[in-house]
Each structure stands twice: as C-alpha cells, then as structure tokens.
Design a protein around this ligand. Sequence first.
Ligand code: GLY
Length: 333
Amino acid sequence: MDRKKFLRLSSFGLAAFPMPLFSKSVNKPIVISTWDSGMPVNAAAWKILSANGKSVDAVEAGAVYIEDTIDCCVGLGGFPDRDGIVTLDACIMDEHANCGSVAGLEQIKHPILVARKVMDTTPHVILVGQGAQQFALQNGFKKESAELSESAKNAYKDWLKKNDYKPEINIENKKENGPFAPHFFEDGSPNHDTMGLVAMDVDGNLSGAVTTSGMAYKMHGRVGDSPIIGAGLFVDNEVGAATSSGLGEEVIRICGTHTVVEYMRQGYSPEAACKKACERIVKRDPKKAATLQVGFVAMNKKGEYGAYAIQKGFVFSVKSNTENQIHTSKYLL
Ligand code: GLY
C-alpha cells in the first residue's frame, strides 16, 4: 500500500483492522447432524466443542454415542444384509483433509473409532471387510457376537418370507416415533438412518463423521455412500463441510458431499448448495428420483448451515451457542 493511501485509511482507523471490522461474526462452535436422532449426538459432540475441544474429537464423540445407543440403522444393533450379517460403514475427516474409513466391518462395536485409527495411524484412507476387522483386532478392539439384536432378528425373519428388497422413500422417518427414538415400523420393515454430523470448533476448524449399518437387506459386500469420502462426507476447511443420508448409490453417482462443498466454494449458501446437489440427482433420472430419498446437510466457514432433500420428510439437528433444535429440511419433489 502506498504511503498516501495508508494515511487516508489510517484516518478512518481502517489500516489497523482491515477486514474483521465489517465482517459478520462466525457462528462457532456449532454442530449439525442428520435426523432428529442427531439431538443427543449433538449433545455428545457439544461437550467437547463447549470445552474448546477440537471438532474432530467432537464428531467422533457424537458418532460413538449413536453407535452405542440406537438400534436398526447404526452399529451392531442394526439390520443385517440379505445374508443375515450386520456390516458397518463409517468415516471421519478433519480440517487438514486427513481422513479414515471402514466399510463392511463385522462384529466391531465402534466402526467410527476404527476409522479414526485408520486416519491417525496408517498411510491409507479406507479399509474394508476382513482387512478392516483384522486391523481393528490388532489395535485392541474386541470381537463382538455376530448374533442379531432381537428387533433385527424378527425383522429379518419377516423379510426372508418375501425376500424382496426395494429402497423406500423416507424409510428413515416414516413412523412418528418422536425425537430421539430409534425408528421402527409397525410392519417390521427395515429402517435406515445414517448418522452424519459436521462441526466447527472454537478455532474455526471443520470436521465430520458418518456411521451406519447401511441399507437393510443389501447384498453382502455392498458399500453405500457413508464411508466414501466425497460421497457421504466431505470437509474442506477453507470452504465448508457436508454429509448425506438416503440412498447411497445415488449420492455416490454425483460425489454428493464434494459437490455440495464445491457449490459453497462458488458462493452458494449451504442450503442452496444442498439443493443444487439434489437437483443433479433428479436431473440425471427424474423417474427414478421420484422413487427415492436423499438428503444433504452442510455448513460453511461462517457457521451458517442448511439442508435440502429430494422428498419431504428429512429433518436435521443443530446445536450452537444460540440454538438446540430440530429443523425440517426443504425438498424438491
Ligand atoms: N446412505 C447410507 C447408505 O446408503 O448406506
């Protein structure tokens, strides 16, 4: 800056504080999660965020909480694949683009902690199946029983009678169970409720985590969007972070959460970015999109957040210094 310009700015007191003087303050710390079951997940993450902890530890704590508590769709209480086996997917990503992921993990209670171990201690990003389990056991995780939870056993028995898998719209939210309750259906049909969360800590750093048992009655070996970085979760600490829920195959086809973050990079708000990603899925195959659900939630570097879904029924949970509530997502169709 030349001397004359500096003096001119100084006389307005601008040179000493060039930017922050007029910029809106950042809403931090903050955590947002998919679904209403995200409320207690946010509370677990908030314990860390409110104590000035790191966002990566906060999202891990949120994922651990839900793996411990919910049946049907996350953790070992989840519904099995078509061979009657529960296989778990999870991933975690921090502000440095460090990431770790496991897919098709069997008989390990906390896939998110194994994903974190992959991130922290290996040169790799994704471990799958037997290899992921071997890595977990070598790192002190305990092998749990392969037996299905009571509810999963009953639902699976019923499913075997028809042996017919069709993804259902809003299967996550079909029955009004009330906040925080696991989502079960009267007819015993599978529920599918991926838990994804993204957070910003007091230092303004973003992280995210996802954990799920995937779609009930999927083919053995099927991997959804949840453990795929850029599909079920993406974090770019310069721009924002996003996570997804719904039919994973459709999210993978458009690199869903990476797409959302790239739209935010172009200047779209989190909600508008999520909407644009939903529109891409619909545009690719409108007829098919009418039969499925995908929802995205996103946050930018200002701590602004938003969501969008293809169909009605998607909700998400937000916790910050000023709010603690469930929001209903807008939708396209
Ligand atoms: N969105 C989770 C899955 O498709 O498995």
